[in-house]
Design a protein around this ligand. Structure first.
Ligand code: GLC
Length: 440
């Protein structure tokens, strides 16, 4: 859930925690059992909350700590777990640590290497006038990287995660989880900037802390690494976000091998994780489906019937497409900007629930109100799949033989089939229209 765009409870054009709370009944009705909130911490919003100025409080744009407590309690009452988005790789340059504890960050007397910022692809080092040294930032200059070789930094974060687990937070999505540790000698080459084995020790320690709580909070990593390097992250982390699936086209030959590799390699006790959209990537209804609702449903069918955990991004359940954001309204620091996948959630056909929203809401033709009243809608389709998936539970995945363009798989005793083509197809004597799906 991208809080800023989910639901606005006070009419200031910005989504907030009160808004999330007001939609808990909807989420329960849909069958959601956990919510991952985008960062809720105070932030100067260089990167919309991914630049944290205080890890122990709530951004006043979204509410107060009391509002967050009320949201946790309200969600729990409905059987919904609440997860926060923890950003440990970097802070905001306005975090008090940057002035009071410069030793928490990564410094050099001169630009030491060729590392570049993910957002701008220019040098990842910026000169700080006060310290007269360069500091590292993998993202924007307003997001200095922490030095995770520092025992003091580790202690700070152990305190931070306990603070939230004590309040009933049931999980953490760990931002940039693959990149906390950098080469100590700051050698040239992007490979020295991320995906180093020592990072796994940090999460093993966090799991020890999580194990003190009942139920144990879930740790989900944002792990931008190639599939062959993903498995080791699944040793200390409960869930690992892989981006190969999101980046592949909506074709059997592209997606099925990824699922087969995950099934073959993920440590046995871990659940595969499937998603097709998030706040950093074009929404699946646009990227995979080009707006075609049949294709969006086929993609949603895959997410919800493959073995494992499914993440839906707000709006996926109504096949929401990317918003149209004129260049004068672009807010994002990244190039290309991510505003189109962050436009407000349309709740009604009129869109009147958003007054002067922070990003434009142009197209409300796909909205919750209309689809909730229509048994044939994508929303109804998703809701019934969520119910059905409870029966599939953890039944094993097995690829079944099928004709080209069709993906068929067994989940235990059930057979799932998706016609991922524009032609009519057959599977075991059944006729499937273009992009039609079935479970039997
Ligand atoms: C992650 C977030 C993204 C953010 C970046 C830097 O990739 O998902 O939105 O900009 O980290 O924190």
């Amino acid at each position: 859930m991208y809080v800023r765009s989910f639901c606005d409870s006070d009419g200031d054009g910005v989504g907030d925690l009160g808004g999330v709370r007001s939609k808990l009944d909807y989420l329960q009705w849909l069958g959601v059992d956990a919510i991952w909130l985008s960062p809720t911490f105070p932030s100067p919003n260089v990167d919309w909350g991914y630049d944290v100025a205080d890890y122990l409080d709530v951004n006043p744009d979204y509410g107060t700590l009391d509002d967050l407590d009320a949201l946790i309690a309200g969600a729990r009452k409905r059987g919904i777990a609440l997860w926060l988005d923890l950003v440990p790789n970097h802070t905001s340059i306005r975090h008090s640590w940057f002035r009071e504890h410069p030793e928490y960050y990564v410094w050099a007397d001169r630009v030491p290497n060729d590392w570049t910022s993910v957002f701008t692809r220019t040098s990842a080092w910026t000169y700080d006038e006060n310290r007269r040294r360069y500091y590292l930032h993998q993202f924007a200059p307003g997001q200095p990287d922490l030095d995770w070789w520092s025992a003091a930094v580790r202690r700070e974060f152990e305190r931070i995660i306990r603070f939230w687990f004590d309040r009933g937070v049931a999980g953490l999505r760990i931002d940039v989880a693959h990149a906390l540790i950098k080469d100590r000698e700051l050698r040239d080459g992007a490979e020295h900037m991320r995906d180093r084995p020592e990072v796994l020790d940090i999460y093993a320690r966090w799991q020890e802390i999580a194990a003190e709580y009942d139920p144990k909070p879930t740790l989900m990593g944002e792990t931008y690494v190639p599939l062959q390097r993903l498995w080791r992250y699944a040793v200390p982390l409960d869930l690992v976000q892989s981006f190969d699936f999101v980046r592949a086209p909506l074709r059997v030959e592209a997606l099925r091998p990824i699922v087969e590799q995950v099934e073959a390699n993920l440590p046995g006790r871990r659940s595969p994780l499937w998603f097709g959209s998030n706040h950093d990537h074009s929404r699946l209804a646009t990227r995979w489906a080009g707006g075609d609702e049949r294709k969006a449903r086929a993609a949603l069918f895959l997410l919800l019937t493959l073995r494992g955990t499914a993440l839906l991004y707000q709006g996926d359940e109504i096949a929401l497409t990317d918003g149209v954001v004129p260049s004068a309204c672009i807010t994002d620091v990244a190039d290309p900007p991510r505003d189109p996948e962050r436009t407000p959630m349309p709740w009604t056909a009129g869109g009147g629930e958003w007054r002067d929203p922070w990003l434009p809401l142009v197209d409300t033709s796909r909205n919750v109100e209309s689809q909730a009243a229509d048994d044939g809608s994508t929303l109804a389709f998703v809701r019934s799949l969520i119910r059905q998936r409870r029966e599939l539970a953890d039944a094993p995945y097995t690829t079944l033989p099928s004709e080209p363009g069709v993906w068929a798989y067994a989940r235990g005793a059930a057979t799932c089939v998706v016609n991922m083509s524009d032609r009519e197809a057959r599977h075991e004597g059944r006729r499937l229209g273009p992009w039609e799906t079935a479970v039997f």
